[in-house]
Design a protein around this ligand. Structure first.
Ligand SMILES: [Zn+2]
Ligand SMILES: [Zn+2]
Ligand SMILES: [Zn+2]
Length: 275
């Protein structure tokens, strides 16, 4: 299974649009891996995770033909992951589709289904939305997907387990340390996770768990709990992702070295990993 990170930042991006902080100034100057757009990922070239306001930019800069993407998972309805107006552009007149083209099927929690009601109704069949129940697997193309409850600031946020060709990927954005129901499910089902992408919004720090995001210290504890639960082992690849300019030492050139010493890979926009 292949994951391509299209965007790896928190809501404000790096550099943040109006920000003059040291991180944003440095990112503007350095360019390259220091530039992070809002979080989004592509699985096996055809399954999109999240559809935020940088989707057009990502399709252009990485040469992705989004008409080939037939399934999209939404983690939660914060605007960096879910840009509702974009879905209206599937309406006839805004977009020109070849006859017989399959619809884009969006999967998410009931929050997503509610938010997309009007878009689905006006899309003339181009957009389908499925409200998926937590811990109940479904198919998105040839990927088996299990939504699990996240610990984040919307009503029903999800993190996802993705299975394809004997490999399992955990995409855990956005979330604090997982809720107990999710840990119970992991302990019970023991997925063998080949790659875990963990929320590291707060960067190189540690601290008390809170509902929302994680940092290096919390990611280390989550990794230990996944191993203890039998869901990960020494072969599991751990990636840190979703960075904020307000985090501690978020610049790639510094944090990638700190994280590497702890056995983590730091994501960057355009990074591709195959497990
Ligand atoms: Zn986010
Ligand atoms: Zn800044
Ligand atoms: Zn969020």
């Amino acid at each position: 299974m292949k994951i391509k990170y299209l965007g790896t930042a928190a809501a404000e991006a790096i550099p943040a649009l109006f920000c003059t902080c040291e991180v944003c100034r440095e990112a503007r100057k350095a360019g390259g891996r220091e530039i992070r757009l809002r979080s989004q990922a592509l699985i096996n070239d055809n399954l999109l995770i999240d559809l935020g306001s940088d989707t057009v930019a990502n399709s252009v800069r990485f040469g992705i033909d989004m008409t080939r993407v037939l399934h999209c998972l939404i983690t939660h309805i914060h605007s960096d992951h879910f840009c509702r107006p974009e879905f209206f552009y599937l309406n006839p007149g805004f977009t020109h589709r070849e006859p017989g083209m399959p619809p884009l099927t969006v999967h998410g929690s009931e929050d997503v289904a509610e938010a997309l009601k009007e878009s689905v109704a006006s899309s003339a069949g181009a957009l389908v939305c499925r409200a998926e129940a937590p811990f109940v697997p479904f198919d998105a193309g040839d990927v088996r997907v299990t939504p699990m409850k996240a610990n984040h600031g919307t009503d029903h946020p999800y993190i996802y387990l993705l299975e394809h060709d004997g490999k399992t990927l955990l995409y855990a954005h956005d979330t604090g340390v997982f809720p107990q129901e999710t840990w119970d499910f992991i302990k019970e089902t023991k997925p063998h996770i080949s790659l875990a992408s963990l929320d590291c919004n707060d960067g190189d720090t540690d601290g008390d768990d809170y509902g929302g995001h994680m940092c290096l210290g919390r990611c280390k504890r989550v990794r230990a709990r996944l191993i203890e639960a039998g869901a990960a082992d020494e072969n599991t690849v751990f990636v840190l992702n979703h960075f904020s300019h307000n985090g501690v030492r978020p610049l790639y050139r510094e944090f990638s070295q700190v994280a590497a010493r702890e056995g983590f890979i730091v994501s960057y926009d355009g990074m591709e990993l195959t497990v």
